[in-house]
Each structure stands twice: as structure tokens, then as C-alpha cells.
Write a new protein. Structure first.
Length: 188
């Protein structure tokens, strides 16, 4: 996926985040930065990304060249995960877990990414497949890395979300059950 394609895919997803988590208002990170469909690509073979301030009061995503070489849905999952960090506190507040820390902050970003992809028309099977292949593709770490749980654990959380939501459970209830199950989990 090239930069222009990725930015074009992000544009409607940013609007969806505003609709889902901000009652139709702008998707603002820290209440200040308006999320923009803007990527900055930096050197690096390992897939990685971070939210990054850009001109004015806007926030974009900085990604490595390695991330942009992933399969298209892998690129989008990673980009949506980074955006998920921007709306994770809002999502956690909606499920009664405001202020949660540790691995829950990474899990909610994964769940938000999966949910956003689903609402954007991607199949749950494709979303779960990319999460399962996350370690192989370099999206997830094999073991613990700071607050990032092992890739297998993260894939299991995405699989649980898919199962619950396909069974008729709403995102908020599904995310809460999964995040509660992860609360306090950490590297041994």
C-alpha cells in the first residue's frame, strides 16, 4: 500500500471514529489535536508507528517503511491501532474503565482498531487472520514488551472481540469483558 492509498483509507475511518466515540464531533486527541489522514514515513525495516503532531493543531501518524510493506489490511490494522491510542481513553471511559493502565491500554487500541476495520467493511475473518499473523508480520512482539502483551495474547483478544460481536454483543460490552480479563496481566 502506498502513502496516498493509506491516507485515502484513513479519511473515512477518522469520520467513523468521530461518529462512534465522539457523538459525531471531530476526533480530537487529548481534546486538542484533530486527527488528520496524514502519514509521515521514516526509515526502518521493522513495522512500527506512532501518533505524531503535524502542522497546526493536527495529529498524524509516523510509520516506518517496514510497516508500509505489510499486506494492506496489516497496514490498516497498524494505523488503526495507532489511532486507537488517540481514542482509547474515550473508549475506556465509555466502558467504565477510565484511567486503566498497563497492557489494557494496548489491548483497547487493538480492539478499537479491529472494531473500526469491521465498521469500515472489512470482514472479521480478515481482521482475525491479520492479528493471528501479527507476530510473523512484525506487527506484534512474540513476548512481552513493556505494556505490549505477547502477540498470541493480543490475537486472542481480537478473536474474542470478533466472536462476541458476531454473536450480537455490542462493542462496549465486548471490550469491557476483554479489558477486564487483561487487567493486571503482565510479564512474569
Amino acid at each position: 500500500m502506498n502513502q496516498m492509498d493509506a491516507e485515502n483509507k484513513l479519511r473515512p475511518m477518522i469520520k467513523i471514529v468521530g461518529d462512534l466515540f465522539y457523538a459525531g464531533a471531530d476526533f480530537k486527541i487529548f481534546g486538542t489535536y484533530v486527527m488528520a489522514p496524514r502519514l509521515t514515513i521514516v526509515s526502518g525495516h521493522i513495522p512500527n508507528g506512532n501518533l505524531t503532531p503535524i502542522a497546526g493543531n493536527r495529529m498524524g501518524i509516523e510509520v516506518t517503511q517496514g510497516l508500509m510493506r505489510l499486506p494492506d489490511i496489516g497496514v490498516l490494522f497498524a494505523l488503526c491501532h495507532e489511532m486507537g491510542h488517540g481514542f482509547s481513553e474515550t473508549a475506556l471511559s465509555k466502558i467504565g474503565m477510565h484511567g486503566a493502565s498497563g497492557c489494557v491500554t494496548e489491548v483497547i487500541a487493538d480492539l478499537g482498531a479491529a472494531y473500526l476495520l469491521s465498521v469500515s467493511g472489512y470482514s472479521w475473518s480478515a481482521i482475525v487472520d491479520i492479528a493471528i499473523r501479527g507476530v510473523t508480520l512484525g506487527i506484534f512482539d512474540r513476548g512481552w514488551n513493556g505494556d505490549h502483551p505477547p502477540g498470541r495474547m493480543r490475537a486472542d483478544c481480537v478473536q474474542s472481540l470478533a466472536t462476541l460481536m458476531q454473536g450480537g454483543c455490542a462493542f462496549d460490552a465486548s471490550a469491557k469483558a476483554i479489558c477486564l480479563s487483561m487487567q493486571g496481566a503482565k510479564a512474569a
